[in-house]
Write a protein that binds this ligand. Structure first.
Ligand code: SAM
Length: 300
């Protein structure tokens, strides 16, 4: 293939050629570290039976490696100029489908379904029978939380996700209860997946250089949720209400939920074996699950 896009001078020439001045809003910080590009792709272990979804391929630092190893790559890029340039760089490839779209607005399951007339007949969410779905992305910072929520709640069955996120977000994902970084995102992700931290990617590995370092994580979906709740949506609404008032006593914070009264909140804490005077950040996933099951014993 052509010159490595992880070389600063090559990247800048391509950006100039396609008229892109990197946008902070779109998180356009491009990877210019060959070693990290390789490590991120290797962590996904893409193989011929894999369908890899890549969010934000940019000019292809990861994409060009993924297409060499994965059976099929579906890459979603919001910036048409970058998508056109990437097509030009890589040339026609039978196993790459480049979609110009905002990943927050596409139906993820449909996106990775077999192409029209494919082996699975284009059934949404079905994929080709042999496809194992993996996600790989140097995720644009601005969409980290909404994208994680979408990804983790998609009906799609996926095998693993390798993501570059802001270091501070990774700290939140891995924070134990009782710490400042522990919050609604921690609890939400813990319910869905196990988080494995693979290392720090220094800010200088990107161009333009972002203000902060990043870290790469690998997410492994739980085969079944680690806690049983009657209504997962109710659990997360409760968690959001609690952390919306994280400095308050738990019972007061829970009462911020529109369907929960003060006395009910106190009673739920006691029934769940949790001190109503504790802080929301002291409650672990199991604790929130007990609270949710007491307050919302059946699905809405
Ligand atoms: N993968 C490339 C790399 O590692 O050099 C680019 C990574 S850059 C951090 C993020 C990319 O995501 C940019 O190409 C940006 O245009 C794209 N992007 C930003 N918001 C997006 C969205 N909502 N949907 C799809 N792509 C998006």
């Amino acid at each position: 293939m052509n010159e490595p896009i992880t070389r600063r001078a090559v990247l800048r020439r391509w950006l100039e050629r396609c008229g892109v001045r990197p946008s902070r809003r779109l998180g356009q910080n491009f990877l210019v570290d060959e070693g990290w590009a390789e490590r991120i792709v290797a962590a996904a272990e893409p193989g011929p039976d894999d369908l890899v979804l890549e969010v934000g391929p940019g000019l292809g630092a990861l994409t060009e490696r993924l297409v060499r190893r994965a059976g099929r790559v579906v890459a979603v890029e919001v910036d048409r100029r970058l998508a056109d340039a990437l097509r030009q760089r890589l040339g026609p490839l039978a196993n790459l489908e480049l979609v110009v779209a905002d990943v927050l607005r596409v139906d993820l399951a449909r996106l990775v379904a077999a192409p029209e007339g494919g082996a699975a007949g284009g059934e949404p969410g079905a994929g080709r029978p042999r496809d194992r779905v993996k996600l790989v992305s140097n995720l644009p910072y601005a969409i980290t939380s909404p994208f994680l929520v979408r990804w983790l709640t998609t009906p799609l069955r996926w095998e693993r996700a390798v993501l570059t996120l802001q270091e501070e977000v990774v700290e939140r994902l891995l924070a134990p209860p009782g710490t400042a970084a522990y919050g609604a995102l921690t609890v939400f992700v813990a319910y869905h997946a196990r988080v494995e931290r693979l290392g720090t990617v220094p800010a200088g590995a990107f161009w333009p250089r972002p203000a902060v370092d990043s870290a790469v994580v690998r997410l492994w979906p739980h085969p079944r949720p680690p806690v049983t709740v009657a209504d997962p949506a109710a659990l997360f609404a409760l968690v959001r209400a609690a952390f919306g008032r994280r400095r308050k006593r738990l019972a007061n914070a829970l009462a911020a939920h529109p369907a929960v009264g003060r006395q009910e909140a106190e009673a739920a804490c006691r029934a769940a074996g949790i001190d109503p005077g504790a802080r929301p950040e002291d409650v672990d996933l199991e604790g929130f699950a007990r609270l949710a099951n007491h307050l919302f014993p059946s699905p809405a």
